[in-house]
Design a protein. Structure first.
Length: 321
């Protein structure tokens, strides 16, 4: 039986991610059933490193996968994607780092770079990309905004289907689309989750939803195909409460409850750690952080090891490389 382009890309992504696949699976479309993924890291916090240094650093920390920044000021600039993305992926692979996912600013189906980026990534085996963020036009009602944005999602779904790649929209606390996860459901409803899906961010879900976040997670679960991990707490400064990002396990996210929901809802796919707490500016993508690479690496390693231990406690570490 001849493989479809979508099935081929899924296979390439699984293999590049280090999946263990039985040889008999190579006979047909069932290859897409492979469910092993590497723990990834969003590379924004290491944008001061070149590709070789990035691969070596991630390998030394213990990561096996990268959620590569392919956007303005990222590791790969959108206008250079045809030359730099192949070079970045090849270099990372030399250190044993796969690239099953990337972060982009893609949100405009009509932008000529959209198809260039997605086509190039697809050919290289990147199976998932995080989309850019949508905003609300204050001159329009919430429902009118979402109706207009729904058309954008429909167009992007067609492009994703063309290239056999999956676009993921991240829930993100605040006043943009995706602050309250219910607006993401409005956009996702009716979309094929193989091409338009969600990168579910538990930190932002808890921040925005308080104790009600499990309801939103259940609502979005058919479309949750990648997940982002980080932690936070509310801190009072000068009489005002503010969100403070901190290392994993030190904040308000109850990861035991989260992983119980994760398992019960049957969620899988790449998991990426986002480092947004103080790393001397590296957390914001600084090219000249004030913290040393060793200090940054130590923080990153602590979070990765803690997360592996937590996944192991819940019996799901075997699903990850």
């Amino acid at each position: 039986m001849k493989q479809s382009r979508r099935e081929f890309i899924k296979t390439a992504s699984a293999v590049s991610a280090g999946a263990i696949i039985s040889p008999k699976l190579f006979s047909g479309p069932q290859i897409s059933k492979a469910k092993t993924y590497p723990f990834c890291v969003f590379t924004k916090c290491l944008q001061f490193l070149d590709y070789t240094q990035l691969g070596e650093t991630l390998a030394n920390i213990g990561f096996k996968g990268a959620e590569l920044s392919v956007r303005d000021e990222g590791h790969v600039l959108p206008e250079n994607v045809k030359t730099d993305l192949p070079r970045a992926i090849k270099t990372l692979q030399q250190s044993g780092i796969s690239v099953p996912m990337m972060v982009t600013g893609i949100i405009n189906p009509e932008d000529p770079l959209t198809e260039t980026i997605l086509g190039t990534a697809s050919e290289l085996g990147v199976g998932y990309y995080r989309m850019g963020y949508l905003s609300y036009d204050p001159a329009k009602s919430i429902t009118d905004n979402l109706t207009a944005h729904k058309k954008t999602f429909d167009k992007l779904e067609k492009i994703n289907r063309k290239f056999g790649i999956q676009g993921c929209y991240q829930n993100h606390s605040g006043t943009k689309v995706g602050g309250p996860v219910w607006d993401i459901y409005w956009l996702m409803n009716g979309c094929d989750p193989d091409y338009i899906s969600v990168q579910y961010d538990i930190r932002h879900a808890v921040c925005e939803g308080g104790a009600s976040w499990p309801l939103g997670m259940k609502l979005l679960s058919p479309w949750i195909k990648t997940t982002a991990i980080k932690d936070f707490y509310w801190k009072k400064e000068n009489g005002k409460w503010k969100i403070t990002n901190i290392p994993l396990s030190e904040g308000m996210v109850d990861f035991d409850v989260y992983l119980q929901e994760y398992i019960s809802l049957g969620i899988s796919g790449p998991v990426t750690i986002h480092y947004e707490y103080d790393l001397g500016g590296a957390q914001s993508g600084s090219k000249n952080p004030t913290m040393s690479l060793k200090e940054i690496s130590d923080f990153m390693k602590n979070d990765l090891n803690w997360l592996k231990k937590k996944f192991n406690e819940h019996g799901i570490l075997s699903s990850f490389g």
